[in-house]
Ligand binder design. Structure first.
Ligand code: NAG
Ligand code: NAG
Length: 515
């Protein structure tokens, strides 16, 4: 498995650090795997790579934590310590066209709390084919066009990256055209048909060519487009965009129909040959759901509200085409800006209820985690606990808090607590949420039974019948169940040398004394 590489970074340092401060992240691990691996495939033995004892993974509640409610791609096998693929990992869906694509999550263990950052680099495989925006391209070319005249065609797109992306183009051999491919400033290619031998309308009214794009995968994949050339004799210029790249920013959740940007291309021709129609020549399926383009005005508008937390940048290409099919294109970059629209939420990671009443102050009774999907200040969360309870929140690693006792607990005084935890972010205005935690206090046999009176005095007539009651005593104990159940017995003593017990039969009703 030479495609599988991993490295353990800063582990030794982390381990030493961990001994000194129990609550600190102690080591990160990184793996590299190809996309689209089968569910259950082993990525690596994370327990071994982090030096964790495999036999304690279960008792330490080892688990993979992803931020928020994002998809879980990996799982840890608690018996073997292996990290396995839990769901389909499609690099293109996850990272678009970004060259580097990684999954980041945390491995969390308890007793004591320990968090490890895990990064998985997703390597591209050649699973996408180069595709042209349309199956056919229509061009109208005047027969007087001279040798060397150039006619632009939209480039093909391949969702794969690097060498798996489009590498080359060719056209089948023909009498009139050769192909010219040049790099553009934005990283794309400028594809042009170059007239090599002038057209003669009387000889040929139409020419059809097949243009092929090939990627560099092993094996390579290819896509084609048919180019239909109609030969006429009109004078014509291609439209020219006012900018090669339009870069704009858009606040997330902008209402439907908000104008994001207006593109504009001018064409030196008159009449129909100078009228420019705008069309997306390359746009992702996701972006197509969110934006639409007015063909005539060149306005890009919001079709459906955009969520910053989904994706923070969209790129697309627009083609401006005149009446005879001559065209040019421009690139649009839409940067989405964050709005504080996600409420912070509190997750209870572990809870030790009931708490024994003799737990010493400072005992950890729970671990909570707070999350907010917004970024920067909008995602900075502070956590607090209500006043007047013998518990506090002690900040732990990152966005984790320990819930610890601050004073003595007494079940006989308060037997359960309803604690309210509030999380508030730093956005303007701030958003907050609360969570109630219910705690019960477990009994410890810490109260001795107490008699209602210090001493009992009773008068007995002589010669009384056996079985008549002399006096009743009563003791109470506030502890719980058997810890609070009082059983009575007489201490051994004697009257003039005769044991007291001989005067009383054993009795089944504790507390009554009968001769
Ligand atoms: C806590 O809340 C529950 C129900 O929400 C209630 O039954 C209980 O009495 C409350 N306990 C305290 C100590 O307030
Ligand atoms: C009684 O107290 C002991 C500790 O002193 C404790 O272990 C036990 O659970 C208590 N019994 C009940 C019923 O709460």
């Amino acid at each position: 498995m030479d495609f599988l590489r991993f490295w353990v970074g800063g582990y030794m340092f982390g381990f030493l650090f961990f001994i000194i401060i129990a609550h600190a992240a102690n080591g990160d691990v990184s793996y590299s795997i190809p996309e689209e691996m089968k569910r259950g495939s082993v990525i690596g033995n994370i327990a071994k790579d982090l030096g964790l004892g495999v036999n304690r993974l279960s008792s330490r509640k080892a688990r993979i934590d992803t931020e928020g409610n994002r998809k879980r791609y990996c799982e840890i096998n608690l018996n073997t310590g292996e990290l396995t693929v839990a769901d389909r990992i499609d690099r293109e869906a996850k990272c678009n066209e970004d060259v580097s694509c990684s999954l980041n999550f945390e491995l969390v263990l308890e007793h004591p709390l320990e968090i490890h950052n895990v990064a998985i680099q997703i390597e591209d495989i050649n699973d996408n084919t180069p595709t042209f925006p349309k199956d056919t391209v229509k061009l109208e070319i005047r027969e007087s066009a001279i040798k060397g005249a150039r006619f632009r065609v939209n480039e093909a797109h391949d969702a794969d990256v690097g060498k798996n992306g489009v590498q080359s183009y060719y056209i089948e051999k023909n009498d009139n055209f050769i192909l010219s491919v040049n790099a553009k400033a934005d990283g794309g290619k400028n594809i042009e048909l170059v007239l090599d031998k002038e057209l003669d309308r009387e000889q040929q009214k139409e020419v059809t060519l097949i243009l092929t794009a090939v990627d560099g995968g092993t094996p390579p994949r290819s896509g084609t487009v048919a180019i239909h050339v109609t030969v006429l004799d009109a004078n014509d210029n291609a439209p020219v965009f006012s900018q090669a790249v339009y870069k704009v920013s858009l606040p997330e959740n902008s209402p439907v129909d908000t104008v994001v940007v207006t593109v504009s291309a001018t064409d030196a021709d008159e009449g129909q040959n100078g009228e420019v129609i705008y069309e997306f020549s390359r746009i992702s399926a996701i972006a197509k759901e969110l934006f639409y383009l007015d063909q005539k005005s060149g306005e890009i508008k919001v079709k459906s509200p955009v969520d910053f937390e989904e994706l923070l940048r969209y790129e697309m290409f627009i083609e401006g085409k005149d009446g005879s099919g001559l065209s040019s294109d421009t690139k649009i970059i839409i940067q989405i800006t964050d709005v504080n629209d996600n409420i912070p939420f509190i997750i209870i990671k572990s809870l030790n209820s009931p708490v024994p009443e003799n737990a010493s102050p400072g005992t950890e009774v729970g671990i909570i985690n707070v999350q907010d999907r917004d970024s920067e200040n909008n995602g900075q969360v502070h956590c607090s606990i209500q006043q007047n309870v013998p518990f506090k929140l002690a900040p732990s690693i990152k966005n984790y808090y320990s819930l610890v006792t601050t004073g003595e607990l007494d079940r006989e005084f308060v037997s359960d607590y309803n604690i309210t935890i509030t999380a508030t972010d730093e956005g303007t205005p701030p958003l907050s949420s609360t969570k109630n935690i219910h705690f019960t206090v477990a009994d410890v046999n810490d109260n001795p039974p107490l008699f209602e009176e210090q001493s009992y005095r009773a008068h007995v007539q002589e010669n009384n019948k056996p079985g008549s009651s002399i006096c009743s005593v009563s003791a109470t104990d506030p502890d719980w169940r058997q810890n609070g159940t009082v059983v009575y017995s007489l201490l051994p003593s004697d009257v003039n040398g005769t044991p007291v017990s001989s005067f009383y039969p054993s009795t089944e009703t504790p507390g009554s004394f009968m001769p």
